[in-house]
Ligand binder design. Sequence first.
Ligand SMILES: C[S@@+](CC[C@H](N)C(=O)[O-])C[C@H]1O[C@@H](n2cnc3c(N)ncnc32)[C@H](O)[C@@H]1O
Length: 221
Amino acid sequence: MARRKLGRMKVRRPGAGVAARYLRVFPGRRLYYEPESLPRITSEELFGDGKPLELEAGCGTGDFLNALAERDPGANFVGVDLHMKSLYRAVNRAAERELENVLYISADFNIIYPLLEDVSLRAVYLHFPDPGMKPRQEKNRIFRRRFLDELHRALVPGGRISVMTDHDGYYEQMLSLLSGDERWEKCFGELSVDPGVKSRFHRLWEDEYGRTTHRFELVKI
Ligand SMILES: C[S@@+](CC[C@H](N)C(=O)[O-])C[C@H]1O[C@@H](n2cnc3c(N)ncnc32)[C@H](O)[C@@H]1O
């Protein structure tokens, strides 16, 4: 099945109050040229408290992140994605559940790094990232050397990156980037966090199309 077919879905635009509460938009030009004009991705700046912070890169419709937030009110959760319709769905569902500890940001994760503070994130999730439809789009992948360097800087000691992908080629590239990188404890197999809810793409690839999910965690040493 063509991957792009998965993008079709009907979503209602959130009302102004819901958007103001749950959605932030960080335009690309501003993020790239004037990141200091945007809020930093910390619990203090985004939620006004000092709770541990977890982040999902390419959160899509937020099914996984909203479930994490509902399960753990003692922490804050931020989802970042480029696709506004997916974010609308994530935001609408956060509002329906009256979650107080989740926020969604419309932004390109590949240029968001200046907003991440050192030693500030407890966990990062990268689940079913886009592999790119064409070879020339592979350069837009999120999992690359800079991703590992910046997240190693931003995670607390013992902090985790959780990765899942159904894409064999992307998985091979991840393993090759990780070979010889001794900054992480690498754990393959079941993930340590399972909110009991699969993300939209996890359901699609695993349950509907029977694809195998590669999964691993990197724990910052
Ligand atoms: C295959 S979907 C997976 C979504 C979700 N993690 C899930 O498992 O259902 C990949 C998501 O990554 C987002 N994405 C791709 N490149 C991105 C980037 N550079 N910055 C932020 N989001 C990105 C896409 O918009 C899409 O929602």
